[in-house]
Design a protein around this ligand. Sequence first.
Ligand SMILES: Nc1ncnc2c1ncn2[C@@H]1O[C@H](COP(=O)(O)OP(=O)(O)OP(=O)(O)O)[C@@H](O)[C@H]1O
Ligand SMILES: [Mg+2]
Length: 280
Amino acid sequence: MTDTDDQHEQPEHHGHHPHVPHRHHDFDEHESVPVGVPAIALVGLTKSFGDLEVLKGIDLEIEPGEVVCVIGPSGSGKSTLLRCVNRLEEPTAGQVLIEGVDITDPHTDLDAMRTRIGMVFQSFNLFGHLSVRDNLCIAQRKVLKRHKHAAEAKAEEVLARVGLSEKIDEYPARLSGGQQQRVAIARALAMDPDMMLFDEATSALDPELVGEVLAVMRSLAESGMTMMVVTHEMHFARRVADRVVFMDGGFIVEQGPPDAVLGDPQHERTQRFLRQVNER
Ligand SMILES: Nc1ncnc2c1ncn2[C@@H]1O[C@H](COP(=O)(O)OP(=O)(O)OP(=O)(O)O)[C@@H](O)[C@H]1O
Ligand SMILES: [Mg+2]
């Protein structure tokens, strides 16, 4: 492991950050994370696309095991926020700390960091020419360098977790959308992530298939997984989230326990959004 601590000072404008020890390790040793360090910490995060400022200074900490649902109108920056967390988007300014490690630091090993963060999108992006088993093994083999037997054992384990053991030799085209999305969740879990990001994982599904995917997400939440979930499913947010974050216009407008934010929102914009959602 390279120890470059003495070459890097915490940027002065964020040096006060209370929970974040001064760590600049790579992620490859999968060491235990010190107690009290947030799973995810966003500090003054901004993101612009050209002249369009999409994230306008987001401060957010997510504790290990916490389930945070992010809600807000279309275009408010929810997907951009999630994509900055594993640096699919490059933040314009601010910091993203994953388990205390600043991933905006050019010395951070991004590939190793990304294996700690599972991501599930609206589109499942399974490989159509590969069986479910091979879809679940390919990244384990290539990225984690797991041996065939270890990868297959893990594939069986995670497929059981999403309730699809009997589909291991099936091809994606012969699965329903809900089943494909559950395989996509299993594929992310096969990498033994420390946290999972979901971006409208059920939005592309026929209504009757939404429930089975939400049930898998719920059991994952109950197992203690750290989760950041962008969703339009208010019932899910209400029942499963530890915290709901309402975004609008690139800001966090309001956040708190689901009963407070969804049941008794304090801000006019939150109230208006929830009225619109409920009228749909
Ligand atoms: N790659 C990009 N280039 C330019 N503009 C972008 C890009 N990605 C997102 N945007 C813009 O950033 C804003 C926020 O987009 P984002 O996808 O984060 O919103 P969202 O809250 O996820 O919306 P939705 O609920 O519709 O998914 C939008 O105005 C969008 O057009
Ligand atoms: Mg989005």
